[in-house]
Design a binder for this molecule. Structure first.
Ligand code: PLP
Length: 423
């Protein structure tokens, strides 16, 4: 899309129709784009013999899980809320993986009860708590677990989404991993089947993945040597999506091929059969399918800047404020002047909630529609009720049809948990 676009459609529906039908702010998922991304990952998984699990934290609503269920792709959940959402859509337990770096007793109990196929254990206390739960429970079958190792690799991404450096909170340190392997082997009802790594989000280079898989394979081999029934190695998610229209598109296939080739080389060096490699993309599946639609509330000049204040905010999309994420803005719905002016698009919350700075039409004004692209991942899933703004709906649009898959929160929703003493 260009910076002004009177003919754009999302899933074959005009943004104006979507905005009029559902109001703004609004998150629209183009199901054609989503389905194409799912099909692409499923095909790459089949061609390269990879297990693909969608990282549900990027965006998880029942309707999306229903679509996922119809593919060969698994699902990574990291809370009871995500698990509940998946179960509501009838997603099979054996295709699910439980993540999280501070799992609660309820989450571990859900895993012990067989509500997920595998658990990725993050730390020693968690391992001991899970072992204790399965030891006490009757009729519990062994729980398949993977150990998450922090490979100590600094991926080139924003510090807030970097998860593999030595100073990050995630996973077992390399120094502590052998003791963790021993602890699982000593737990009769835990079965160590793999090693997991995830080094960060929005990565564009293959080298950090290769380095991390080489480290993880050595650990994998040591666990196998000690008698663990090892079979898989998960290389994490983090496959980058550049939201700039002129930005580089990730050559996903080349990266995944390189990853598998490196695993082959390392496995041969270690004299072991290469395990099945798994990946967990979130953003790369759902980001490009999403567009946020806003109405411009006001345009004003202040100091040397022009501001366009829209009816969204840090509440429906905290990503720009949190880690400088870019979403390409496009003015929609009418013929705008040819000339642009540098514009700071802000939300209406009581925060510095700059959404983007970009050239936008000089005649952009109140009531105009503004779309921000590549908004499918980590927007709705990170949305809050800051300023008591109701969360926007999520709408699926495709082939000229559209339907809300989550409704807009009402004012009553906003106070549903308030305990009102005088009632
Ligand atoms: C363990 C794990 N796997 C996968 C992902 C998905 O990352 P992305 O959405 O960048 O692919 C994350 C994101 O935080 C994660 O923590």
């Amino acid at each position: 899309m260009q910076t002004k676009d009177s003919a754009a459609t999302i899933g074959g529906v005009t943004p104006e129709t979507l905005a009029r039908t559902y109001g703004t702010p609004l998150l629209v998922i183009d199901t054609t784009v989503l389905d194409a991304a799912l099909a692409r990952f499923a095909a790459l998984g089949a061609a390269l013999d990879l297990d693909v699990c969608y990282a549900g934290k990027a965006l998880l609503v029942v309707a999306l899980v229903e679509r996922l269920k119809a593919t060969t792709i698994g699902l990574d959940v990291c809370s009871l809320g995500e698990l509940f959402t998946a179960e509501r859509a009838g997603f099979p337990a054996e295709r699910m993986l439980l993540h999280g770096c501070g799992k609660t007793g309820d989450e571990l109990a859900a895993a012990a009860a067989g509500r997920v196929g595998r658990v990725v254990i993050d730390n020693r206390e968690e391992l001991e708590r899970l072992a204790a739960i399965v030891a006490l429970a009757d009729n519990v079958r062994p729980v398949d677990v993977l150990l998450r190792v922090n490979p100590g690799i600094e991926a080139h991404t924003h510090a807030y989404v970097r998860t593999g450096g030595e100073d990050s909170k995630f996973g077992f340190s390399r120094a502590g991993i052998d003791a963790a392997i021993g602890a699982v082997l000593d737990s009769p009802r835990l079965r160590l089947i793999g090693i997991h790594t995830h080094i960060g989000s929005n990565l564009f280079e293959v080298e950090p993945y290769e380095a991390s898989i080489a480290i993880a394979l050595k650990i994998y081999a040591r666990a196998a040597q000690r008698g663990a029934p090892m079979r898989e190695l998960i290389a994490g998610g983090g496959f980058g999506v550049d939201a700039h229209p002129s930005g580089d598109r990730l050559n996903l296939e080349a990266i995944l091929r390189a990853l598998v080739a490196r695993a082959d080389v390392e496995a041969a060096r270690l004299g072991i059969t290469r395990p099945r490699i798994g990946i967990e993309p979130g953003r790369a599946i759902v980001a490009e399918a999403g567009t946020s639609l806003y109405r411009v509330v006001t345009v004003k000049h202040q100091g040397s800047r022009r501001f366009a204040i829209v009816d969204g905010s840090i509440a429906d999309n905290p990503r720009p404020a949190l880690y400088g994420a870019y979403h390409h803005p496009v003015a929609l719905g009418r013929n705008f002047a040819a000339q642009n002016e540098e514009t700071t698009v802000c939300g209406r919350s009581c925060e510095n909630d700059e959404l983007v700075v970009a050239p936008l039409p000089v005649d952009l004004g109140a009531g105009d529609l503004l779309a921000m692209g590549t908004a499918g991942a980590y927007t709705y899933s990170m949305a809050s009720n800051y300023n008591r703004f109701p969360r926007p709906p999520v709408v699926f649009a495709g082939d000229g049809n559209h339907r809300a898959v989550t409704r807009r929160e009402s004012l009553a929703d906003l106070i549903r948990n308030d305990v009102v003493e005088y009632d």
